[in-house]
Design a protein around this ligand. Structure first.
Ligand code: NAD
Ligand code: MG
Length: 400
């Protein structure tokens, strides 16, 4: 029996993880679940899965959850804040940690699990984008097992030679090809992007995901973050990672070898496949995902990404080439801009202009410590907010 902590259990990945776990009650037991502030959802999950711990990042929400659970006679202990998240990620009773908090908030609790040498099921790509070198060094130093959940990286992992620990060329690998659906606006007239709504941006054609990653998919910043994530996970240079638009999302990614072979992993676009793969690895278990019907699948298409339509993808490539904390700056500016877009403070195309401005004006550093990374994350958030305030006050003046 493996004991599992799910960081971000109320989110899209968290719910899919619980769905897979519930299919295998003899193999996996839920040790802890966590959420930011969604009390009712976490409460229901506590009643269903009876974890030893439930953690809410928000202290007031934790207090309310505690009262609800106590009055129901539940034995689940409630903790709060980052300390609580770290405690359940690092707890000695835990075998596997699903890192499925969205954004920079996932970094510290995930690192706490890495430092205890757990098996990490990594969905939180922002952690690697921010602290790639430090994160991978810690994985090595503490003997953690890192399994990618992001569907592309999980596909690449499955197409890699056995016991791959990095060094693409020494294993006969030419390049990694990440596939990208292109999101909801891949065919929309470019002029129309200025007026698209958060609702339209979140309506992904193939995947059902949290709001932040849905907007990231619409701008293709998601693919940019994934290029950076792939560099760290597979010890590859940014020039060894290419992106192919593949609107059907059936091929989840590919690895090209020197002899002309390209290996790919295919399946339904359903995150329960990579989750089940990483839970059971190197075994295979049922995930609840149905077979891919090859005969009704139709055509599979591949196109080059259009960097004019998707400037965020180029910004991510450039940030990775610059290196150091530039990728943390990119990530933080993106988080602030996406949140402002979701709150309808800025338009869709203001997301990439905000990130561009911040990257141009922030000072980046060599990423030698977590403090330096977090300082530059703060710097970028401040600059992004300043820029957003400047454009929103200009547009308010114009409206008057
Ligand atoms: P989501 O928004 O649906 O869920 C996020 C979870 O994180 C929730 O449980 C929320 O309560 C928690 N959370 C949010 N802010 C927090 C904070 N400050 N402190 C503690 N907890 C907090 O997001 P998601 O779509 O499940 O994505 C989670 C992560 O997985 C992201 O990094 C995303 O990029 C990655 N990912 C998601 C998918 C997908 O299909 N959804 C695919 C690949 C990768
Ligand atoms: Mg992905």
């Amino acid at each position: 029996m493996k004991n599992i902590t799910i960081l971000g259990s109320t989110g899209s990945i968290g719910v899919s993880t619980l769905d897979v776990i519930a299919r295998h009650p003899k193999k996996y037991s839920v040790f802890a679940i966590t959420a930011n502030s969604q009390i009712d959802r976490l409460y229901e999950q506590c009643l269903q899965f009876k974890p030893a711990y439930a953690v809410m990042a928000d202290a007031q929400a934790a207090q309310k959850l505690k009262e609800k659970l106590t009055s129901h006679g539940s034995d689940t202990l409630v903790l709060s804040g980052v300390d609580g998240l770290m405690e359940v990620a690092a707890h000695q009773a835990v075998d596997y940690v699903m890192a499925a908090i969205v954004g920079a908030a996932g970094l510290i609790p995930t690192l706490a699990a890495v430092k205890q040498g757990k098996r990490i099921l990594l969905a939180n790509k922002e952690a690697l984008v921010m602290s790639g070198q430090i994160f991978m060094d810690a994985v090595k130093a503490h003997g953690a097992e890192l399994l990618p959940i992001d569907s592309e990286h999980n596909a690449v992992f499955q197409c890699m030679p056995e016991n791959f620990v990095g060094g693409l060329s020494s294993r006969g690998i030419k390049q990694i090809i990440l596939t990208a659906s292109g999101g909801p606006f891949r065919d929309a007239p470019i002029e129309s992007l200025a007026v698209v709504t958060p609702e339209q941006a979140c309506a992904h054609p193939n995947w059902n995901m949290g709001k932040k990653i849905s907007v990231d998919s619409a701008t293709m910043m998601n693919k940019g973050l994934e290029v950076i994530e792939a560099c760290w996970l597979f010890n590859a240079s940014v020039d060894q990672i290419s992106v192919a638009m593949h609107p059907q999302s059936i091929i989840h990614s590919m690895v090209e070898y020197n002899d002309g072979s390209i290996l790919s992993q295919m399946g339904q676009p359903d995150m329960r496949t990579p989750i089940a793969h990483a839970l059971a690895w190197p075994e295979r278990i049922e995930s609840g995902v149905g077979s891919l019907d090859l005969f009704s699948m139709g055509k599979l298409e591949f196109n080059k990404p259009d960097m004019q339509r998707f400037p965020c993808l180029q910004l991510a490539y450039d940030a990775m080439r610059t290196g150091g904390t530039q990728t943390s700056i990119l990530n933080a500016a993106n988080e602030v801009a996406v949140e402002a877009f979701l709150q309808e403070k800025i338009g869709f195309v203001d997301i990439n202009t905000t990130i561009e401005k911040v990257l141009a004006s922030a000072t980046h550093h060599t990423a030698t410590s977590l403090e330096i990374i977090l300082d530059d994350d703060k710097q970028a958030r401040r600059l992004a907010n300043e820029y957003i305030n400047s454009i929103t006050s200009t547009s308010q003046r114009q409206a008057r």
